[in-house]
Design a protein around this ligand. Structure first.
Ligand SMILES: [Zn+2]
Ligand SMILES: [Zn+2]
Length: 256
């Protein structure tokens, strides 16, 4: 399994995942130019991508999903409702609609789009099952549901949101309404909530963890890294490689 976080945060999200014989992008939220630049930097051949998967229609996830798909003649996979709301991005784009909650097979992997709560229409996270095991990417969700917890069990690789520090958010510069939105069940999960979820998910087979979609204003990457490391050490059950997603630069290409 090969993984690269090309971008992670409110300015753009894009995750490269290669598992089995299949190479996909989860969201293409940067400009097409910047996406291709970063792919080139880490040695990803853009013409070798098989599909673009879209989690929801916020611009930091969908910006260049359609243009990437058209340029490289690969399908976009999006839910019916996201497709219906995204005409501007998906004009003349081959969109394969999926149903949130219904797993489908693409090439040699099974992709399970799992429903999450967020202030967009029909948002999902993705769980991937292949001969190389299970991987998942879940960002942009306001609450951790039982369904998310159950679906994410047993992953070798997790791309998991850790959006904000609650104190920094509440004492920070955002207007009250925005603070309420972020904290709500349709917002983003906090560092604490993310670690609580990890408490359920940590197991010996978890090899890599990307802490994703960190708020630039209301979080500290160093703090997230340290607290995640010490949290997992205290769990005493696994020691995965931990990477903090960055919106300004791609991670290394990682292999597990
Ligand atoms: Zn987002
Ligand atoms: Zn969003």
């Amino acid at each position: 399994m090969k993984i690269c976080s090309l971008a992670s945060g409110s300015k753009g999200n894009c995750l490269y995942l290669e598992t089995g014989d299949t190479r996909v992008l989860v969201d293409v939220g940067l400009s097409l130019r910047e996406t291709l630049f970063r792919m080139d930097e880490v040695g990803i051949d853009a013409s070798g991508i098989h599909a673009v998967l879209v989690t929801h229609e916020h611009i930091d996830h969908i910006r260049s999903a359609g243009s990437f798909s058209r340029k490289f003649n690969v399908p976009v996979f999006a839910s019916h409702f996201v497709n219906a709301k995204s005409e501007k991005y998906f004009k003349k784009t081959q969109v394969n609609e999926f149903e949130s909650g219904s797993a489908f097979t693409f090439r040699d992997i099974q992709i399970d789009p799992i429903p999450i709560t967020h202030d967009s229409c029909d948002p999902v996270g993705f769980v991937f099952d292949s001969s190389e095991g299970r991987a998942a990417s879940v960002t942009d969700f306001g609450i951790v549901t039982r369904l998310i917890t159950e679906k994410l069990r047993g992953c070798r690789f997790l791309n998991l949101e850790s959006n904000h520090d609650v104190d920094m958010l509440m004492n920070g510069p955002y207007p009250w309404e925005l603070k309420q939105r972020i904290k709500s069940r349709h917002g983003h999960i906090s560092n604490e909530e993310s670690l609580e979820l990890l408490h359920e998910l940590a197991h010996e087979g978890l090899e890599m963890l990307i802490m994703a979609h960190l708020s630039e204003v209301n979080n500290h990457p160093e703090h997230v890294l340290r607290s995640t490391e010490s949290f997992l050490r205290d769990q005493n059950v696994c020691a995965p490689q931990i990477v903090i997603g960055d919106q300004y630069r791609a991670s290394e290409m990682m292999e597990i």
